[in-house]
Design a binder for this molecule. Structure first.
Ligand code: HEC
Ligand code: HEC
Ligand code: HEC
Ligand code: HEC
Ligand code: HEC
Ligand code: HEC
Length: 403
């Protein structure tokens, strides 16, 4: 059953923006109900969050007398100091919905509505500034394989520290993926809940940043080497050209890796036409040789075959090299979480663009989807000798019966 226009009357009174914000919050926030919640508020918020428009209408109609007080107390709670920005917006949106209902069904509350609108527009103005702030971090991440880490932004701010830039690409020069994934870090952003406390306990970044393998996270004069986002000096991490080759080489030597500056074409790191590092050329030309393990006990495990993804549309076929991938990446980084081994994964561009399948890495730390031909490299109709065939999603049963 689809809701009739009548049923969506109430939220239609809200500015679309506010509806979007609250819809988002619905998923982001745990229930925000505090000790002073009245049964009315609890019922109202529940209806509001679950889009029970009919029930909400009833509730608003039946509670005329207490509505002004309820609206005011929502506003007060929204503007209290000890509340997060997300919670504030949610409560203001709820107050707005309540005041709109009051006006709609009982014809009152004009003043309250004006007050709420003013508060919301103030908050939206602040949000705009915060977004501008976020765009600044976007800039820091524009170079493929830079991650800004700022889940503990408040604590860092309190100590006068900038958020962290983790230059994923710089580390790739010295270490194979398998050094970090999956033993030190799960291959998924934010999944590891990285914190200074864990680092100082010798975990996460602290496995290496212990003052031994790399500079220590407890060295008072080194904090800013990591807490660098948005600070002068961070530009260096946005360009392949700006690295200090001599330093990279020295570190590589110390670690038992290689960085052969003399083999760099024109003394520069090779990049693709989008300006991102061409790692395969680096590898092919022996320019770099990352270490495979921190303690030398590692067994290389490579699957030496190829899998052909036959395209059903106009684009060329895709040849996936198990060899290239598994020589750098552990089997367990892809199987079973990213791909099942049955050749039946439903690999589609739209899914990849959302970070599934090949999009788990490509566009994040490896070359982007804009580079179509690097994947769609095989002419159609040409069978590739020795390659396994990707099967794809099995057809529906009904079709099979027909044939
Ligand atoms: C020195 C350690 C290190 C090495 C080497 C390394 N990574 Fe990572 N990787 C990380 C960290 C740290 C994260 C972020 C984890 C987090 O935010 O919780 C990460 C995240 C990722 C992500 C998740 C991206 C996202 O947007 O969710 C992918 C994919 C990834 N790495 C792939 C690779 C591949 C492929 C290689 C090798 C070519 C590699 N990594 C080498 C440390 C490393
Ligand atoms: C497997 C070891 C390893 C892990 C894990 C690791 N690093 Fe590093 N990192 C290094 C080494 C080695 C260097 C080079 C140290 C030097 O310059 O002397 C380095 C350098 C850096 C630099 C300086 C890069 C530059 O060019 O200025 C930053 C920033 C950094 N690491 C941040 C991090 C953060 C943040 C984490 C955790 C999310 C992390 N690292 C995890 C080994 C590691
Ligand atoms: C090797 C890189 C690195 C160095 C060096 C480093 N930090 Fe951090 N720090 C991090 C990372 C990564 C985080 C987690 C970022 C996040 O919130 O997502 C962090 C978080 C923090 C936090 C937030 C609270 C918490 O527990 O996460 C504080 C405070 C902090 N660091 C202080 C310092 C101080 C002080 C120094 C110098 C003595 C320092 N850090 C040096 C990487 C580093
Ligand atoms: C990282 C590798 C990769 C890159 C880069 C890539 N594709 Fe794909 N693409 C695939 C794979 C794998 C499939 C699934 C096999 C198939 O159906 O062709 C696919 C499928 C497709 C399909 C079939 C229908 C669909 O949506 O799945 C189209 C069309 C397509 N790609 C177009 C493009 C275009 C255009 C670009 C460049 C903008 C591009 N691809 C870049 C890997 C890639
Ligand atoms: C970068 C990701 C990635 C890594 C790393 C990887 N695989 Fe795969 N694997 C795939 C993909 C993609 C397929 C094909 C899935 C499909 O067609 O639906 C596949 C298919 C398979 C299959 C079935 C086809 C075949 O080759 O027989 C097996 C078995 C397999 N992988 C084993 C491994 C083993 C063992 C390793 C480690 C040595 C490994 N894989 C590493 C991505 C990966
Ligand atoms: C776990 C991470 C990961 C996944 C998943 C992944 N790749 Fe890659 N891929 C890499 C890395 C790392 C490289 C090295 C180049 C780079 O980083 O830019 C690479 C290189 C490639 C190359 C160039 C090397 C070659 O074989 O000629 C192609 C093509 C490619 N990937 C296609 C795919 C396709 C298609 C898929 C999905 C079926 C896929 N990749 C899934 C990490 C990944």
């Amino acid at each position: 059953m689809t809701p009739s226009m009548k049923q969506i009357d109430l939220p239609a009174l809200l500015p679309l923006r506010a509806v979007l914000v609250s819809t988002l919050l619905l998923f982001l926030l745990p229930a925000i109900c505090n000790a002073e919640d009245t049964p009315f508020r609890i019922q109202f918020i529940t209806n509001y969050k679950t889009f029970q428009f009919k029930a909400q209408e009833e509730l608003l109609k039946e509670n005329k007398d207490i509505l002004p007080g309820e609206i005011r107390s929502l506003i007060d709670d929204a503007m209290s100091d000890d509340i997060s920005i997300g919670q504030r917006m949610f409560l203001l949106d709820a107050a707005n919905a309540m005041a709109n209902g009051y006006q709609h069904y009982h014809g009152g509350g004009k003043k309250l509505l004006r007050k709420i609108h003013k508060l919301i527009s103030n908050e939206l103005e602040k949000e705009k500034q915060r977004n501008a702030e976020l765009m600044k971090w976007k800039k820091e991440e524009r170079f493929l394989g830079n991650f800004v880490m700022k889940t503990h932004e408040k604590e860092m701010e309190q100590q006068g520290l900038a958020p962290v830039i983790y230059p994923h690409w710089v580390h790739r020069i010295w270490f194979e993926c398998k050094v970090c994934h999956q033993e030190i870090f799960i291959m998924k952003r934010w999944r590891n809940e990285i914190s200074q406390e864990k680092i100082l306990a010798g975990k996460q970044c602290g496995v290496c940043h212990d003052g031994n393998t790399a500079f220590g996270a407890d060295e008072k004069d080194k904090c800013d080497l990591c807490h660098l986002a948005g600070r002068p000096g961070s530009e260096r991490l946005h360009k392949a050209d700006a690295v200090d080759h001599q330093h990279i080489k020295e570190v590589a030597k110390r670690l038992g890796a290689e960085w052969n500056i003399d083999k760099l074409p024109d003394g520069r790191i090779p990049v693709d036409r989008f300006g991102f590092i061409d790692w395969l050329t680096l590898k092919r030309d022996g320019i770099f040789k990352p270490v495979e393990s921190l303690n030398g006990d590692f067994h290389q495990e490579v699957r030496d075959n190829q899998i052909l993804f036959e395209s059903k549309s106009k684009v060329n076929n895709v040849l996936f090299s198990h060899n290239v991938h598994s020589s750098w990446i552990r089997c367990t980084s892809c199987h079973p979480e990213v791909f099942s081994k049955d050749l039946k994964n439903n690999v589609k561009m739209i899914r990849m663009s959302k970070g599934q399948y090949c999009g788990h890495c490509h566009g994040k730390v490896s070359f982007t989807f804009a580079d179509c031909k690097r994947c769609h490299s095989q002419e159609k109709g040409v069978r590739f000798e020795g390659a396994l065939m990707h099967v794809g999603k099995p057809r529906k049963k009904r079709k099979r019966k027909d044939s």
